[in-house]
Design a binder for this molecule. Structure first.
Ligand code: GLP
Length: 262
């Protein structure tokens, strides 16, 4: 696992966007570059940077296919808190990605189990995900894989914990009762099956989750800790998010990253 420590949120976002862009540009196969994407406030800076690169003529999404991590169950696309809405607002409406290349679980599907099975099948049919971008929940969850979700889980229906609903209620008039109770989410193993995984983690409120992911045991209690077993996992983070790391851990990652640019 690499941990790339940047001074602040803007630098972290820039670093992560440049990393993603470098992978898209280096992809010379006819098969599209398959990019896993996430919502939440953490990746907004990354999306802003990717849009800037597209507008500057430096990057194209024409040969990119995306799969989003999750979606609230019961929210229609048009709802301004749906993840479909979020992704179009921050990224897809501003770049040249063909509409048919965008995959997002349908929160209004009639048969959630079938929707999730088809999502997995579609990922498999295209040959898997090249790079999965993610964030982290305050309890260390990845996508909507709450504590004690199996580390071998696949796409399915998830019941959100009270903690997550309280955290996410800021998007629903600060009202937990208005915050969805369930979501459709890729599984932990759907993420770790990607050739590369890149998490963006920022802010003091993520410091405990970052420390548990990097230093803690691999445990279903902290589903992001599964990344310790991944061959190509990167965490891009800012200084405040490092607040709970041991001093030696912090120094170690600064040392080994000195010689790397991207
Ligand atoms: C939700 C999403 C996660 C995201 C997390 C953190 O739980 N399902 O994918 O990582 O929120 O969001 P934020 O970046 O806003 O802190």
């Amino acid at each position: 696992m690499r941990v790339v420590i940047q001074e602040n949120y803007d630098k972290m976002s820039k670093w992560a966007a440049e990393y993603i862009a470098s992978k898209i540009k280096a992809h010379k196969e006819e098969r599209p570059f398959v990019l896993g994407l996430a919502t939440g406030s953490s990746p907004i800076g990354v999306y802003n940077e990717l849009v800037k690169m597209y507008k500057a003529g430096e990057l194209s999404f024409k040969n990119v296919v995306t799969f989003n991590m999750d979606e609230y169950l019961g929210l229609p696309r048009e709802h301004d808190q749906s993840y479909w809405y979020f992704m179009h607002y921050y990224l897809f409406d501003h770049v040249d990605i063909p509409a048919e290349n965008v995959n997002i679980l349908n929160g209004m599907c009639e048969d959630p189990e079938e929707e999730c099975a088809q999502y997995e099948a579609k990922i498999a049919a295209i040959g898997g995900i090249d790079l999965f971008l993610g964030g982290i929940g305050q309890d260390g969850h990845i996508a909507f894989n709450e504590p004690y979700t199996s580390l071998t889980s696949r796409t399915g229906v998830r019941v959100l914990t009270t903690d997550t609903r309280i955290v996410n209620s800021r998007f629903f008039d600060n009202d937990v009762d208005k915050t969805p109770e369930k979501a459709l989410s890729v599984g932990v193993e759907t993420v770790t099956d990607a050739k590369e995984v890149l998490l963006v983690i920022n802010g003091h409120n993520k410091a405990a989750a970052l420390a548990a992911t990097v230093e803690g045991p691999v445990s279903a209690k902290v589903t992001c800790s599964a990344l310790q077993m991944h061959k190509n996992a990167i965490i891009a983070c800012d200084e405040p998010a490092c607040g709970e790391l041991k001093v030696d851990t912090y120094k170690y990652f600064l040392d080994i990253e000195k010689s790397q640019r991207l």
